[in-house]
Design a binder for this molecule. Structure first.
Ligand SMILES: Cc1ncc(COP(=O)(O)O)c(C=O)c1O
Length: 476
């Protein structure tokens, strides 16, 4: 293929790397590049089009991480042979639009790259029970399911969540306080629309959950980075830097991504600040169900005497992220305002998946699934930690974490490269580790690698992936 066809335009609004990425996708969709074709090296394309190598690298990384390209080390980078069926199908239909869809992989290894963050164990999901519930819900199809669509969510699910939170998270709430949302971002959107205004200032954990940060910034919020240490968010620094902030977003049970818990003194200090300054605390309790040492900590919301905490939970980690179901619990005093706003928003979508999750919880499958997953994840975490300790002790040390489904490996001081360079090299080889620095708002000298372990089904699987990682990093 003539490389000049890939030339990005300086006039366009889209960044150059994004244009390059799109040109490649278009070339694949149009059959100009076939599965298995070797693509130009980063160096030669950069020189041919007079672009910075970093720009080309970024486009290539996106194409690799989305499965369009496969990096084969010294053998170069090729268009993924797995696209074969997709391309043929598209050519048969002459539909360029369809060619932009991702292929539909059947195997877990096709969708969950080694170390991938944020995914639960896809092989351990109780599919049969789920299918049975789906069948029953479809067969019964009550008139209520066919007609009503409460914008706050399906009532049976809201009740099941309120009961679960009372038992497991120490939160006393009624179903009226629970709003079902489309993912955590749906919960943030409901909070933003109901209680915040564009330009409002909020504390954000540094480092903190990258996707919520991007979502809030795009929604016009201003974020003040507040450092996290071994006791979680440093509330005193927050007060020094932005005492009059309108909100704070926190992950108190298991800080994302550092894994520490917010200490009791800090919890009380944070609640006290919020009550004095009439600020809102958004508690993101995304994976508190998985804890391997000691008892699960009660939620911050359980200490909320002044009604300042907006509590959010998600089914993405405990069931699966494709469900897109999360929930928000609001203080009793705010139920009216939230209900009113929910009436004017699109709501949580179809009742059917909500009814299935409600049934799953009511019939005891949820509690059983969580018990099973705690044991499974403790073992899988062990596979990864053992492999890292045995093979990569010289360059990494594991940050002890009591829970969650990822580990943070800090870089030892003798590591010459930055975590961003290490993560980029790993990603280019289909190993989905992430750089801690990407999750920071302010620069720090402490680099680290974030690694998911939920889909390492065996010790051998973890060992094989860690040795691949070691080999990739050794070349740098
Ligand atoms: C810190 C954190 N919060 C919230 C979520 C849940 O997001 P969602 O419900 O949109 O899948 C995740 C998921 O990965 C997360 O890592």
């Amino acid at each position: 293929m003539d490389l000049q066809h890939l030339r990005p335009s300086r006039e366009q609004d889209a960044p150059i790397y994004l244009q390059l990425y799109r040109r490649y996708r278009e070339a694949i969709a149009a059959g100009k590049l076939r599965p298995g074709d070797r693509v130009a090296s980063v160096r030669s394309l950069a020189s041919e089009l007079s672009l910075a190598r970093g720009t080309v690298e970024m486009a290539y990384q996106m194409l690799v991480s989305e499965g369009y390209f496969v990096a084969r080390g010294a053998a170069g980078t090729v268009v993924s042979p797995r696209l074969e069926s997709l391309v043929e199908h598209n050519h048969a239909r002459k539909s360029v639009a369809a060619a932009h869809a991702s292929p539909h992989p059947q195997n877990i290894s096709d969708v969950a790259l080694p170390f991938q963050l944020g995914l639960p164990a896809l092989d351990a999901f109780p599919r049969k029970t789920w299918a049975r519930l789906a069948g029953r819900n479809l067969r019964m199809l009550e008139p209520e399911t066919m007609t009503s669509a409460d914008p706050a969510g399906y009532e049976a699910l809201r009740r099941a969540i309120a009961t679960y939170l009372g038992i497991s998270r120490g939160i006393a709430c009624t179903h009226e306080q629970v709003f079902i949302t489309v993912g955590y971002r749906g919960a943030l959107e409901l909070v933003r629309r109901t209680l915040l205004q564009a330009g409002d200032l909020g504390w954000y954990e540094d480092p903190g959950y990258i996707f919520a940060r991007q979502f809030l910034e795009r929604a016009g919020m201003r974020l003040e980075p507040v450092p996290v240490d071994e006791e979680g968010l440093n509330v005193s620094i927050g007060q020094q830097r932005a005492a009059h902030a309108r909100f704070a977003v926190v992950t108190p049970t298991h800080q994302s991504p550092m894994g520490v818990a917010l200490s009791l003194p800090r919890r009380l200090e944070l609640l006290d600040w919020a009550a004095r300054s009439q600020a809102w605390i958004i508690e993101d309790d995304y994976d508190s169900e998985f804890r391997y040492h000691g008892r699960p900590l009660p939620a911050l919301k359980s200490l909320d005497r002044d009604g300042r905490v907006l509590y959010t939970g998600t089914f993405s980690k405990v069931l699966f992220p494709g469900l897109r179901l999360a929930y928000l619990v609001v203080p009793t005093s705010q139920v009216g305002k939230f209900s009113d706003m929910a009436n004017h928003l699109p709501g949580p979508g179809s009742i059917l998946p909500q009814a299935m999750v409600a049934g799953f919880m009511e019939q005891g499958h949820f509690a059983r699934h969580l018990r099973k997953m705690r044991i499974l994840y403790a073992a899988r975490r062990g596979y990864l930690v053992d492999a890292l300790t045995q093979m990569m002790r010289e360059s990494l040390h594991i940050q002890p974490q009591a829970g969650g489904i990822h580990v943070l490996a800090n870089l030892n001081t003798n590591t010459r490269q930055s975590d961003k360079i290490l993560a980029a090299a790993a990603q280019a080889n289909c190993l989905a580790v992430q750089a801690l620095s990407h999750w920071r708002l302010r620069k720090s000298t402490q680099g680290g690698l974030l690694m998911g372990f939920a889909n390492f089904a065996t010790a051998d699987g973890a060992t094989a992936s860690v040795s691949r990682l070691k080999a990739v990093l050794a070349k740098l």
